[in-house]
Ligand binder design. Structure first.
Ligand code: PLP
Length: 394
């Protein structure tokens, strides 16, 4: 995909392989939001006709989002982002139910840090990044045996770094059996492009989404609360969203999110096939041209957009620098702490050795990815890795 002009300045052609970080807005979503930025700017909480029109747009969007998620419109709470939805689920459950929050070790920081903040429990994962179901059951048993309630169990639908998919029906079954009072939450922020959410929602009590991961704008998300209010609100004040989430509605963002979600849902099956092929081409292309390229999670266990590899004998920070120089956008999810590369918490939890994890490269594909992107991605990564390896031996 070529990214055209930014503020009238033509930027060079970008090869964008970072869709898991944020995917470009769909043109239809941009179109859908414009009237609410330009003309219908009234505060939807107002009482005049102009305000009622904005409120109607929000209600219609709620119906459209609910239809894709397979829930009742009253169960949809519009939030400010995926991070807020995750925080509301966990902090709100601990506030309402009390007791211990539990999550998997590979959750996004929007979940993991909140669980740790509440002194919760973290459950390990297998080599593919899926929660260890036996360990989950044992952890719940241990908490219950200590006479503490489990407030919430949060297990992500799809991992944002390596793309692995959790078996949420199995997770829910274990929670219902071992900690029947606990709520089941899933961070489905990375799932909308790949999973039919109607097959996910019925198994959980709470589900988080974020619009900018599926072609909507940044700064708008959803928390589904199945069966009515399940957790304390995080933001109180004006009483919007039936007291679930105060703050003036982002009308334009909500309308655009509904449009993007419907399109994503309609195109999912075709896109999944198309991108599986491109993803496999990308990974196989790198493996054919370079020694020491390990696909972190096998294709069968992950979503189509995830092309995460560990490349031997290089450091991802240096690789990303060279990719950036060549206008290829990717990421690594390693943190550079006090000058030393720290492997990502996801790879560490999966048992990937530090040596391999240091060379992690996350390339993620999405709705604008083309075969040209894949060819250019291979060419630039191969060049950069060859340069780095040559440098290391001279
Ligand atoms: N959860 C997951 C799995 C994510 O990938 C992200 C974003 O990267 C978030 C939560 C946070 O979403 P947002 O950027 O809308 O705050």
């Amino acid at each position: 995909m070529t990214i055209g002009s930014v503020d009238g300045v033509n930027s060079p052609a970008i090869t964008y392989l970072d869709h898991a970080a944020s995917t470009p807005m769909r043109a239809e979503a941009v179109e859908a939001m414009m009237p609410y930025l330009r003309d219908q700017y009234a505060n939807p909480s107002g009482s005049h006709r102009f305000a009622r029109q904005a409120r109607q747009a929000i209600d219609e969007s709620r119906d459209r989002v609910a239809a894709v998620l397979g829930c009742h419109p009253n169960e949809v709470v519009f939030t400010g982002c995926g991070t807020e939805s995750d925080n509301m689920a966990i902090t709100g459950a601990v506030g309402r139910i009390g007791g211990v929050a539990v999550c998997s070790a590979v959750e996004h920081h929007a979940v993991l840090e909140v669980v740790e903040h509440h002194h919760g429990a973290v459950v390990g994962v297998d080599a593919a990044g899926r929660v260890d179901l036996d360990e989950l059951a044992a952890t719940l048993d241990r908490i219950v045996a200590d006479d503490r309630p489990v407030a919430i169990v949060s297990v992500m639908a799809v991992n944002n770094e390596v793309g692995s998919i959790n078996d949420l029906p199995a997770v829910a079954r274990i929670v219902r059996r071992h900690a029947p009072g606990a709520l089941v939450h899933t961070d489905a922020v990375q799932a909308a492009c790949w999973l039919d959410l109607r097959t996910v929602t019925p198994h959980v009590d709470l589900l988080s989404l974020s619009a900018h991961k599926f072609g909507g704008p940044k700064g708008v998300g959803v928390l589904v609360e199945r069966g009515g209010p399940r957790v304390d609100p995080l933001i109180i004040g004006g009483g919007q969203e039936r007291e679930r989430r105060s703050g003036t509605h982002n009308t334009a963002g909500i309308v655009a999110m509904a449009t993007a979600l419907e399109l994503t849902d309609a195109e999912r099956d075709v896109e999944r096939l198309r991108l599986t092929e491109l993803r496999d081409q990308l990974v196989k292309g790198l493996q054919a041209a370079l020694d020491g390229v390990t696909e972190t999670v096998p294709a069968a266990d992950k979503v189509a957009g995830a092309a995460h590899v560990c490349i031997a004998d290089i450091e991802s920070e240096a690789l990303l620098y060279l990719l950036d120089e060549a206008d290829v956008c990717a990421s690594a999810a390693s943190a550079c702490a006090s000058g030393a590369m720290e492997p990502s918490h996801v790879l560490a939890a999966m048992g990937v050795s530090r040596e391999l994890a240091i060379g992690a490269l996350r390339m993620s594909l999405g709705h604008t990815t083309t075969e040209d992107d894949v060819h250019r991605g291979i060419e630039v990564v191969v060049d950069a890795v060859t340069t780095l390896r040559r440098g290391a031996t001279t």
